[in-house]
Design a protein around this ligand. Structure first.
Ligand SMILES: Cc1cc2nc3c(=O)[nH]c(=O)nc-3n(C[C@H](O)[C@H](O)[C@H](O)COP(=O)(O)O)c2cc1C
Length: 281
């Protein structure tokens, strides 16, 4: 058994409360601009950006710190073409019989179909694998724990980092993705989770409107009913109200029907608000 080795937490930084709020808000303001893009330019991306984003992904927490992930970066045009061909084989089956109607209905607002030209157009693909087991220090296979959770968190870090650097991504999940093992020469013990398509948006790029004709709006996790004993999330945020102007809902920007002081955080139940986010809070 390996022994426990401790070190002081030297990487932690503390901030005054005002700065904490400013930093949290700045992060939110930036990350809320992220969108899934399906129209890519073929403009090449700087290799170092990809490298730093992968380093960021590698800082993610993981079950028992086993870091059960592998990222394969693909820029070669021929390999991208092969991946597109294989993905389209699976997607053709998916859209023409394999997917239940309910799933197709859920996808309808996105306008997706079996054609995946972006897999070839985008300059970078990152095939993300979860390692069910990996090689221990003594060369023996060791089982990994919480693989999907760990890979999902690392992928979130990766997407956030690429977004922060000014790139766009598509979380692509052709199903099944076993062909990625063959093309990327990865062992059977690794399960492909996501094919992340990375690059710049095409000039005429459009994205589905969140909450458009039948789609779902971005839901605010604030204002949802708290489970008994959990910290109540009924405090909602409204934006500043200079000169007594009516506040706006933080989630959908609808104008609230009540006036509140300049303070930003208010209990939802004390406000009569016209937007569904806050009314349900
Ligand atoms: C696990 C996962 C799988 C996804 N698979 C696909 C996919 O195969 N094809 C696709 O076009 N979009 C895919 N998406 C993107 C979602 O459709 C997209 O995140 C969602 O519509 C919200 O849009 P937004 O990312 O622009 O906010 C996937 C997203 C996730 C998280």
């Amino acid at each position: 058994m390996t022994s426990l080795v401790l070190e002081p937490l030297s990487t932690y930084r503390s901030y005054p409360p005002d700065e904490m709020v400013a930093r949290a808000r700045a992060f939110y303001e930036d990350i809320k601009r992220r969108r899934t893009v399906r129209d890519f330019s073929d403009r090449p991306v700087p290799r170092e950006v990809i490298e730093y984003a992968l380093l960021a992904a590698g800082t993610a927490p993981s079950g028992a710190n086993l870091q059960p992930w592998h990222f394969t970066v693909i820029t070669d045009q021929n390999i991208k073409r092969r991946i597109r061909e294989e993905a389209e084989v699976e997607e053709r089956e998916f859209y023409n019989g394999r997917a239940p109607q309910e799933w197709l209905d859920a996808l309808a607002p996105l306008g997706t179909d079996e054609r995946k030209p972006f897999v070839e157009t985008a300059p970078v693909l990152i095939a993300i694998f979860g390692q069910r087991s990996s090689e221990g220090p003594d060369g023996r296979r060791v089982k990994n724990y919480y693989v999907p959770e760990s890979v999902g968190i690392a992928t979130g870090f990766l997407i956030a980092s690429l977004h922060a650097a000014g790139l766009v991504t598509l979380t692509h999940t052709p199903n099944p993705m076993g062909f990625l093992n063959q093309i990327c020469h990865r062992p059977e013990s690794e399960k492909p989770y996501i094919l992340l398509v990375v690059g710049y948006p095409a000039e005429d790029c459009t994205v589905p409107v969140h909450g458009g004709s039948r789609g779902r709006s971005r839901r605010s996790p604030l204002g949802s009913k708290a489970a008994p004993g959990a910290v109540s999330a009924t405090w909602v945020k409204v934006s500043h109200t200079p000169c007594g102007a009516r506040p706006r809902c933080w989630a959908c920007h609808e104008v609230a029907l009540a006036t509140v002081p300049l303070v930003c955080w208010v209990p939802a139940e004390t406000l009569r608000l016209c937007c569904p986010h806050l009314r349900s809070g």
